[in-house]
Design a protein around this ligand. Structure first.
Ligand SMILES: C[S@@+](CC[C@H](N)C(=O)[O-])C[C@H]1O[C@@H](n2cnc3c(N)ncnc32)[C@H](O)[C@@H]1O
Length: 292
């Protein structure tokens, strides 16, 4: 026979909260104003599903109350961090855009470094919206593999930034699954990773070229602190922004570049109708944007 559970200790599993169209618009506008990420109506299900779980965890029954917490709650800053960790899409991989990496490694990095004087060859690279670190670490491995032998005095500084603190922690840990290294050429796996029981740990010589920071691309103040970069990779994040946010972010990235520096964006992204400040430089299967 089952024991009878007294009413006072019987826990109810709260049902998933419903998101009305009006509150979706308010929540969507809040997220947009703070991050530049714009959720169209067809993505309402995503907000309702993902954030609904967060509400259940916090024991909040209505999205309206959650919005109040985000705007005016004592914990609004930490809740904003959780919100970003929940709503961002962090898909990435090593060597995600091979054509770009070839243009960087075979031509553009050498062009930039040849113009710097021997003894002061510092290459500054920013991977903006780097997710769990695959892009900046790909660049670090390329520098070690191809640029260091050619420029022995080279000093590489790579900064990876993102708005999602959970992926930044993953990037700092630099431990990857077999699935995560699927697109890496064997040479790089053997030379730059230690494999223990299926966990691939990046070696110190790669890790030490990259540091990670929290940075919100839509925050003009923090963007202004990012200066003197030879290369900026800002891939597969503009797609989540609307036109106005794209114009703001691209304008700030332009200011962050050195003259003669290059901006790389995702293969499905374009700067058409956003800016004409850059010179377009074509490579096989990719276009790169130069600040002249
Ligand atoms: C799809 S991933 C792209 C990762 C990598 N750049 C690549 O191309 O593989 C998009 C990343 O942009 C970040 N992101 C979204 N909005 C951002 C913002 N306002 N500031 C900084 N990072 C942001 C997300 O957290 C996510 O990790």
């Amino acid at each position: 026979m089952f024991e009878q559970v007294p009413d006072r200790i019987r826990t109810e599993i709260p049902s998933a909260p419903k998101l009305s169209d009006e509150t979706f618009v308010l929540l969507r506008d809040f997220i947009y104003s703070k991050t530049g990420i714009y959720f169209p109506e067809k993505k309402k299900y995503l907000i309702e599903g993902r954030l609904g779980k967060r509400l259940q965890l916090l024991n909040i029954s209505q999205f309206e109350h959650y919005l109040q917490l985000l705007k005016y709650g004592q914990q609004r800053e930490t809740e904003f961090e959780s919100l970003c960790n929940i709503v961002t899409i962090n898909e990435t991989s090593f060597f995600r855009n091979e054509a770009q990496m070839n243009a960087f490694q075979q031509k553009l990095a050498c062009e930039i470094l040849s113009k710097k004087n021997y003894g002061s060859r510092i290459l500054r690279i920013w991977s903006a919206a780097c997710s769990s670190g695959e892009e900046p670490y790909t660049l670090a491995m390329l520098c070690l593999e191809h640029l260091k032998p050619r420029f022995p005095d080279l000093h590489v500084e790579i900064i990876g930034t993102d708005i999602n603190t959970a992926v930044i922690e993953m990037a700092r840990a630099a431990e990857y699954s077999h699935y995560a290294i699927r697109s890496l050429p064997e040479l790089y796996v053997k030379k730059y990773f230690d494999n223990t029981n299926g966990i691939y740990r990046l070696r110190a010589e790669v890790k030490e070229l990259v540091r990670f920071e929290y940075k919100n691309l839509i925050n003009h103040q923090t963007m202004r602190q990012m200066t003197h970069f030879d290369f900026i990779f800002c891939s597969n994040v503009l797609i989540y922004f609307d036109q106005q946010a794209k114009i703001q972010v691209i304008g700030d990235l332009y200011d962050s570049l050195n003259r003669g520096g290059y901006l790389f964006i995702g293969s499905s992204e374009m700067l058409h109708r956003i800016t004409n400040a850059f010179k377009l430089v074509s490579f096989p299967k990719t276009t790169v944007y130069k600040k002249e």
